[in-house]
Design a protein around this ligand. Structure first.
Ligand SMILES: *Cc1c(COP(=O)(O)O)cnc(C)c1O
Length: 364
């Protein structure tokens, strides 16, 4: 409220101003040296500009994780480019490096070199970055990290959002921190950040009149919203601690439950903010109880949970694009559930969740 009040008191009611600058500075400090942040109106806008900065044009191909939210793929189509979807691996549920390389080789054989890769840190879990970066380098492909839900996660002590050539963050209402709606693009050079801001503010050339040599967008974050972001940065660590405590709660709850797998860091290289705690239900080991049975049991107690991402290659709008992989992400969708994970869940809330789980798993 202090930062928002400041915006009104100083009449910076615009998509620029001290809160925007300070929010960007705070994010840069948080992400570490040599990261340059452009605050934008949404994570989707950031992906759109990231693809433009990658040089993606009409007719180009972009390799994209299939197991994700539609916003990872939509901007590819905004540009008239073609998404090529890739399956996940089972450790982090993110893009499988082997399938990525197989897809690249097959596209090359078909005579078309893809322009870029979009990898997601789903539910806050970092992807297999060493392998993915090595493949991107080997084939000189531009790598975009969709870290929309992974602010505060790290891979080998490096912050998510900084692992690709360009990173993307979201501050939508449901993310680890929020500005009500907003996003950011994380660049590796000041000039790239400045180019992103140029595109985000209608691509105005340097002239006293309105002069344009490139297509522009209205994607800059407002100074009021950035005030919320500044305040949220002060509670980011606390939110991560609380989300991770929810994850610990589920880990300890399910430790003796047959047929339940909780998505957890595969090795000490990975640190997840555990934005959402997600589980897999294997009916062969739960006495036939399915993910959907569990979702409905929670729903009957007025507790919301949600199936994992329906993979993009199975979405009606993306069904005709190429897909490389098997049914790993499909089986995540079939058997997976995101459990209540918010930073503000109380002990009473946990007791209610636990009571429903007890009933569900103990009942014959
Ligand atoms: C939320 C989200 C986005 C989109 O961010 P917005 O700020 O809502 O536009 C993109 N990708 C993933 C994986 C997300 O979770």
């Amino acid at each position: 409220m202090k930062y928002i009040q400041e915006a009104f008191d100083t009449n910076w009611i615009a998509p620029l101003g001290p809160n925007v600058t300070e929010f960007e500075n705070t994010l840069q400090t948080y992400l570490g040296e040599n990261n340059f942040v452009a605050a934008l109106s949404s994570g989707t806008a950031a992906i759109h500009l990231g693809l433009i900065l990658a040089g993606v044009n009409q007719g180009d191909e972009v390799l994209c994780q299939s197991f994700t939210f539609s916003a990872s793929a939509n901007p590819i189509v905004y540009l008239g480019a073609k998404p090529v979807f890739i399956d996940s691996e089972t450790d982090t549920w993110n893009m499988c490096p082997e399938l990525l390389e197989a897809a690249i080789l097959d596209r090359l054989e078909k005579g078309k070199k893809p322009k870029a890769i979009v990898v997601v840190d789903s539910y806050g879990m970092p992807a297999k970055w060493d392998q993915l970066v090595a493949i991107a380098k080997k084939y000189s492909l531009f790598l975009i990290e969709d870290a929309a839900s992974a602010l505060g996660s790290t891979y080998k002590n490096q912050k998510c959002g900084t692992l690709g050539d360009i990173g993307i963050l979201s501050f939508n209402g449901n993310k680890i921190i929020t500005t009500s709606g907003g996003g950011a693009l994380v660049a590796k050079a000041k000039e790239i950040k400045e180019k992103a801001v140029f595109f985000a503010t209608q691509s105005r050339d340097n002239a006293p009149h309105y002069q344009h040599s490139e297509i522009g967008y209205n994607y800059r974050m407002s100074n009021i919203v950035a005030g919320i972001g500044r305040g949220q940065m002060e509670v980011l660590e606390e939110h991560i601690t609380l989300r991770r405590a929810m994850h610990d709660f589920y880990i300890s709850y399910f430790k003796d439950t047959k047929g339940i797998t909780v998505l957890t860091e595969p090795t000490a290289d990975y640190f997840s903010n555990h934005w959402l705690t997600a589980i897999l239900v294997n009916p062969a080991q739960t006495g036939g109880k399915t993910r959907e049975d569990l979702r409905l049991a929670l729903d009957a107690a007025n507790i919301e949970s949600r199936p994992l991402w329906k993979p993009m290659h199975l979405q009606p709008i993306f069904a005709n694009y190429p897909y490389y992989g098997g049914n790993i992400n499909e089986s995540l969708f079939q058997n997976g559930l995101c459990l209540p994970s918010s930073s503000n869940l109380t002990n009473d809330n946990r007791d209610r969740i636990k009571a429903v789980l007890d009933d569900f798993f103990l009942a014959p």
